[in-house]
Design a protein around this ligand. Structure first.
Ligand code: SF4
Ligand code: SF4
Length: 332
């Protein structure tokens, strides 16, 4: 396999980007990861382990595994705190200019894999849900971070409401689509919280249920195990006596109010913040929602920047993009 320059450029060092670099390295293909932040791993690379008394297969360790493989590979060059700011196709490859803390680097690549992830929905954009104004209302990412940092404390016997589809399936305040991963993520995180906090009473508000790995009965079994499940999208969350109160219509369309000690908002995914700027630099179109197309000549894309997905699917897309990049190097 011949390279006209420095192999494959990977923009974004999260789960998909690292998986692509690791796969290329296994085939002896050089790649360069350009990561805007100071470290590899992306958002998923900093999620907490959601084990209970056993591994729950939440996949949070997958980005850590591929990051380790990348950092130990002589075939992968990692440029952190760096950004691509210009690219030009010249028939034989792409001439790319990269802004680095030390200055500007110019490199030639056979293809590019864009893997810049997605942007989590900011729940403060839906003011009805009380994030930032009602005590005890946290996003799922804030809960995850608190667990990871060891600062998540809730008294034994507390009550927790989990609200799904925050920022998703919402044409007015968020995105019109299902974010695909947040049911699974919230389910695993909540099970972890239940296993670590005695007597935690959970109420799970859902309007739809994206099954875990095709397991349609998981929510049903969970309800039987003592967790309350309510098929409803809450209308608002207000404060009463210092506690969050969830207002919702039950399945019989009766208006109800329940008070909790804590509410966790399971936030969805929006297109990546830098999507338009990077698409313009690379000269590729975005889809109608603002996500990258997976295959566009020498510019490939993988992971959540092509649409919302979970960690496992992101890793698989990264590996698939590496395969397409190798096909480009082989030529017609
Ligand atoms: S991070 Fe998830 S997959 Fe990894 S050990 Fe913990 S529960 Fe299992
Ligand atoms: S994955 Fe679940 S929580 Fe997320 S948008 Fe889809 S149905 Fe709602």
């Amino acid at each position: 396999m011949k390279s006209s320059g420095d192999g494959v450029l990977i923009i974004g060092g999260g789960a998909a980007g690292c998986a692509a670099a690791a796969e290329l390295s296994r085939h002896g293909i050089p790649s360069t990861i350009v990561e805007a932040s100071e470290r590899l791993g992306g958002l998923a690379g900093s999620h907490c382990c959601k084990s209970t008394d056993r591994c729950e297969r939440c996949d949070a360790c997958a980005p850590i595994d591929v990051r380790r493989e990348v950092l130990n590979s002589a075939n992968v060059t990692v440029l952190t705190s760096s950004r691509v700011f210009a690219a030009e196709e010249d028939g034989a490859g792409l001439l790319v200019r990269i802004s680095r803390p030390e200055g500007v680097a110019e490199m030639r690549f056979d293809s590019v894999i864009v893997a810049i992830g997605a942007t989590p929905f900011d729940p403060a954009l839906d003011s009805r849900l009380g994030h930032g104004s009602v005590p005890g209302v946290l996003s799922s990412l804030e809960v995850d971070r608190a667990v990871r940092e060891g600062s998540f404390h809730i008294p034994d016997g507390s009550s927790l409401a989990v609200v799904l589809c925050v920022g998703s399936r919402d044409v007015v305040r968020g995105a019109p689509y299902c974010s695909k991963a947040c049911c699974k993520y919230a389910y695993h995180l909540t099970r972890h919280l239940q296993s670590a906090n005695d007597g935690l009473a959970v109420t799970f508000f859902y309007m739809d249920w994206r099954p875990l790995d095709g397991d349609l009965s998981a929510l049903c079994r969970w309800g039987m195990a003592g967790t309350r499940t309510v098929r409803s999208r809450p209308a608002e969350i207000v404060e009463r006596d210092g506690r969050p109160v969830v207002r919702y219509a039950d399945p019989m369309e009766c208006l109800r109010e329940d008070a909790f000690d804590m509410v966790m908002l399971a936030v969805g995914m929006l297109p990546p913040r830098d999507n338009e700027e990077l698409a313009a630099i690379l000269g590729v179109p975005l889809d109608d929602l603002g996500f990258f197309l997976p295959d566009n000549g020498r510019v490939l894309a993988a992971g959540c920047c092509t649409g919302p997905k979970d960690i496992d699917e992101s890793v698989k897309e990264g590996i698939a993009a590496a395969g397409r990049a190798m096909a480009i190097m082989e030529g017609p």
